[in-house]
Design a protein. Structure first.
Length: 265
C-alpha cells in the first residue's frame, strides 16, 4: 500500500474563545490517516517558536511526519452556529517554496492542504505535479491570504487548475465561485462537492454520483473536510476508482468525527 502524503501549514485555531489548539489540514488529515494506515506521511510547516506546541499533538497521532521551518504560523479564530462557520484570520502564514516541495519525497498522491490562496503558489504546485497526483482543498482557491474577517472570493490564478487531479469544495466555496455550474466548468478531472451532514457529490468525467454520509452529532466539525479529502486520496492511492474512493472518504470523515465528537447542545 503506497499511502498518501498530506502537506500544508499547521495552524493555531482559537475555537469559540477557547485557548488556541492545533489545527490546519495536515493535523486533521493525520486524524484520518491514522485510521487508514498504509505508509502515509505528513509534511508540515510552522514558525520555530510554535513548533513544540503544534508538533507534539501531531506526533501523538502516530502518522510519520516531517516539519519544516516557516517565517510565521497560520492563526484562525473560528465560531460555529450549527453547521455554519464564522472565521477570522489572525495570521495567514507564509507560502510554501519549491525547496519546501522537495521534502514531499516519493508518493503517487499528495493531499495539498492550502489554508489560504497564498499557501501554494503556482510554481510550487507545478513542481509537485511533476511526480505526483494532487488533491487540493478548495479553500486554497477562495480564501484571500489577508488578516481579518474571512470573506471568500474567486480571485484565484486559473493556472492552478492545470496541476490538479482532484478538487474538493464545500458549499460556501462553491457559492464563492459562482455556483455548481461554474465549479464544474473549472475542468478538474475529479470534483468533490461536500454538503456537510447531507452528503457529497462526485463529478468525474461525466459521472455524477451522490455520496451519502452518516450524520455525527458534534459541536465542533472542524477538520471534517480535511479528513474527507484524506480518505479520498488514500483510497485513490490504494487503487479505488473515484466513486468508491468518495464513499470511502465519507466513511472516513464520519469515523474521525465520531471518535472526537462532543454531542451538540
Amino acid at each position: 500500500m503506497r499511502g498518501v502524503v498530506a502537506i500544508g501549514n499547521i495552524a493555531l485555531d482559537t475555537i469559540a474563545g477557547d485557548p488556541p489548539r492545533v489545527g490546519g489540514a495536515p493535523y486533521h488529515a493525520a486524524r484520518a490517516l491514522r485510521l487508514l494506515g498504509g505508509g502515509s506521511r505528513i509534511v508540515t510547516r510552522s514558525a520555530e517558536s510554535d513548533r513544540r506546541a503544534l508538533v507534539a499533538p501531531l506526533a501523538a497521532l502516530g502518522v510519520p511526519w516531517s516539519w519544516l521551518p516557516a517565517p510565521t504560523t497560520t492563526r484562525f479564530d473560528i465560531r460555529y452556529h450549527g453547521e455554519e462557520r464564522e472565521m477570522s484570520i489572525g495570521d495567514p502564514g507564509s507560502p510554501w517554496t519549491v525547496a519546501d516541495a522537495h521534502a514531499v519525497g516519493r508518493a503517487e498522491w499528495v493531499q495539498v492542504g492550502g489554508l489560504t490562496r497564498g499557501d501554494f503558489p503556482v510554481d510550487v504546485l507545478a513542481a509537485l505535479a511533476r511526480d505526483h497526483r494532487l488533491a487540493l482543498d478548495g479553500q486554497a482557491l477562495v480564501r484571500p491570504a489577508v488578516a481579518g474577517p474571512l470573506v471568500l472570493d474567486a480571485d484565484f490564478d486559473p493556472a492552478v487548475l492545470r496541476h490538479l487531479t482532484v478538487l474538493k469544495l464545500n458549499e460556501e466555496e462553491v457559492a464563492a465561485l459562482g455556483g455548481e455550474e461554474e465549479a464544474t466548468a473549472l475542468g478538474v478531472p475529479e470534483l468533490l462537492l461536500t454538503h456537510g451532514s447531507t452528503g457529497a457529490l462526485l463529478i468525474s468525467r461525466g459521472v455524477r454520483e451522490r455520496i451519502p454520509v452518516r450524520r455525527i452529532a458534534t459541536d465542533n466539525p472542524t477538520g471534517a473536510g480535511d479528513a474527507f479529502l484524506a480518505g479520498y486520496a488514500w483510497a485513490r492511492a490504494a487503487g479505488h476508482r473515484p466513486v468508491s474512493a468518495a464513499r470511502h472518504a465519507a466513511t472516513t470523515a464520519a469515523r474521525v468525527l465520531e471518535l472526537t465528537s462532543v454531542p451538540a447542545a
